[in-house]
Write a protein that binds this ligand. Sequence first.
Ligand code: AMP
Length: 606
Amino acid sequence: MARIVGIDLGTTNSLIAYMHDQAPRVIAGRNGRTLVPSVVAMMDNSLIVGDPAKEHLVRNPERTIYSVKRFMGKGLEDVAEELKYFPYRLTEQGGVIRIQIGEKTYSPPQISAMILKELKHRAEAHFGEDISKAVITVPAYFNDSQRQATKDAGTIAGLEVLRIINEPTAASLAYGLQEHTQGTIAVYDLGGGTFDISILKLKDGIFEVLATNGNTHLGGDDFDRRVADVIIQELREQHRFDPEQHPDTMQSIRLEAERTKVRLSEDQKAMLTIELPSETGQYRREFTRDQLEALTRDLVEQTLGPCRQALNDADLQPSDIDEVILVGGSTRMPLVRQRIQELFGTIPHCELNPDEVVALGAAVQADILSGATQDLLLLDVTPLSLGIETMGGVVSPLIRRNTTIPASAKELFTTYVDGQTSVDIHVLQGERELAKDTRSLARFQLKVPPLPAGVPRVEVMFLIDANGILNVTAKDVRTGQVQSIEVKPSYGLSDEEVERMISESFKFAAEDLKARQLIEARTEAEAIHKATQKALSLGGHLINAEEKAAIQESLATLETARTGEDHRVIRARIADVEKATHHLAEVLMDTTLKEALQNKKLTEIF
Ligand code: AMP
């Protein structure tokens, strides 16, 4: 099995990681650094990526691309407000942003691909072999086109992207949280320029994003600016020196401010020195952690609003959060940790390096994928829909083709016949509407106590794990009785067969749909006919003769329509019966019959 790596393609920095002896590890470059700055400088004769490209940010701003992630999968209009911050030129072609360098233009995926190639080379140098498969992370709020653009970047870089995963999910994976079966997790991500909060729910090893929130213009840079502002002001007042007239000094102020901030995460005091242009001498000042916190407290507070909003959107209280995970360099600040702890009432996880945690999680995901055995197709999505057979031989899909796995789905079904003592669960795979045209994967029975048709509640749950193993469980909601079965949906299926099954579904789509609609309408007509007759026998005396006659007549017309071939006619007659029985349903005491009459029922299985 070829090696699969995990990549964090970040706005400011990118990293590549792999699994070594059950633990994920980030690969360092020759300079010993694990972070590759997401910066690309395009000079006339050379392409420079990462640390050396950073030097060109000041020297060749119009040819040095940074923060390209902000433009992935977007049009110029989407970023109109941000344009003023970028020294390089952006244009648009066919609704997609292009970055202009000299005469040439590049798409954001092309630029991202240059960063990915750098990471790929780093891994190839480390392993001494070709690396061609990867898992790449994206923010949870990325939409389809942003995810597709990320995948395209991988392809351009010569990487097959086996899975795109959400950054907060990756962070949770890095902490091995998927091994706990249940839980609610908050991922607090404060980087250099952005803040994201995600609330995830973990169920049966699957992470679901319940809510995300954040601020795309709040990060460590803002903290640096607060410190820098103090320095600038003191230089003006005490040294009669205006640093804004000296770009070099401004740059050193920014760098020293950041260095001081970072020091104060460890120490209570830090000394700061700035060399001024020769005649002015030197500026020295001590900063304490308390001073830094007083200067930046409101910035930390600004992250708490989005946290509360995300909790609110997920319909949760802070105390519902089982674990909090910290991502991004700025979460090293003690005040940030303290406020998070106060808000959520739990000590955040911070054992892993917050700069690396996303890449480490991507490596864990890559490892899960590479564990897939040879007799499985390597799935990042389910290649074919999965469902069960319902009344009349039609397919009720639970998990649709192309759903990213792991995935789960749940639906309630009921019985069709009075007194039925078991239901048949027939698991099917394929895109066609009728069970006979799909592939049968498994069949099992669930015992139910004899009850009138429509009363039992059978919950069918499908769960596909990351290896594509499908687990089907049927549960009688009333008795709690459970039956389940495990299948390998792609076992024995070649890529060609999968393709054939999909192309047939397109070929027969129209006639399949017609057949399905007819069967469903007929099944429904039959059920409503039965329910109405039962209702008449139980509650006929509660309505007048005229109403009764109208109901009988509507039933007779429905019977005639049911033998016809047009599902729309049958549906119209069903609606007539519903109208005629409206009053009867109201006066009936029996709620299940009432529901059946008003056609508020579940799909029946056998
Ligand atoms: P990231 O985007 O995750 O790489 O985060 C970068 C930001 O984290 C920058 O603003 C750094 O100044 C900040 N940062 C890194 N280490 C620390 C630290 N020890 N204390 C405070 N901020 C830090």
